[in-house]
Design a protein around this ligand. Sequence first.
Ligand SMILES: NC(=O)c1ccc[n+]([C@@H]2O[C@H](COP(=O)([O-])OP(=O)(O)OC[C@H]3O[C@@H](n4cnc5c(N)ncnc54)[C@H](OP(=O)(O)O)[C@@H]3O)[C@@H](O)[C@H]2O)c1
Length: 251
Amino acid sequence: MQLGGTSLVQGASRGIGLELVRQLLERQPGGRVIATCRRPDDAAELQELAAQHPGRLRAIALDVREETSIAAAAEAVAGETEQLELILNVAGILHGPGFGPEKKLAQVEPEPLRHAFEVNAFGPLLIAKHFHDFLRHRKRSVFASLSARVGSISDNRLGGWYAYRGSKAAQNMFTKNISIELARVAPHAIVVGLHPGTVDTGLSKPFQRNVPETQLLPPSKSVAALLRVIDSLEPDDSGKIFDFRGKEITP
Ligand SMILES: NC(=O)c1ccc[n+]([C@@H]2O[C@H](COP(=O)([O-])OP(=O)(O)OC[C@H]3O[C@@H](n4cnc5c(N)ncnc54)[C@H](OP(=O)(O)O)[C@@H]3O)[C@@H](O)[C@H]2O)c1
């Protein structure tokens, strides 16, 4: 069942988040999208989408590493709507200036670890803290966080990528925890993690050499598949992690 109403996409400046905003606007003619990112004024493609869909897309500043900015964004959203039908946590990092996924223990450094945990794990949790009241309504709603297959502990055969794997595994635990609490306070909300596949974005760029061409998804295909999964979610799915084909990933 397609969600209507207002959707929030957190981490919407580029990559999968930007494509989610584009497809949500295209498929829900009456629906509205609130897109958050660190610097909305610099997010040219988001601004272009806002111009193409007058009155339907609002861009709000939010840095998931700064709780004050999350709280301010929640206040700004409260000025627009009392209810959200969809909250998508998309922001994530795998590499950044001066750091990349660790191949061995000797490469593990506290600052990149902190950075990855702050964005990938604490981010969705703090978004849940400040935004779950928007899900306290009687319509079906979805709170989804972009996870990654490598965050699965049972599926870990290669090792490495300590910060990314660890932070996505922690995110998956928070997803389960949030699902348990929301079952009490927002019982129509379904809380899940979603693996988008290997998608051709800045995040995967340095690692695409080893990915067979057929397995590298353009953002448009990944996002269309993710939205199909979101549409098909049932209440019993809450707390679980799914890939873009709708197949459950064991934690
Ligand atoms: N691409 C893949 O193959 C793949 C595979 C598995 C899982 N995923 C997951 O999918 C999600 C989206 O990935 P992507 O491929 O679209 O990555 P991307 O193109 O690198 O985009 C990452 C997004 O995260 C935002 N971000 C980073 N730090 C932030 C912060 N502190 N506050 C707010 N936003 C922040 C970035 O905003 P700025 O523009 O401000 O930097 C950007 O919008 C991530 O959670 C990722 O782990 C991706």
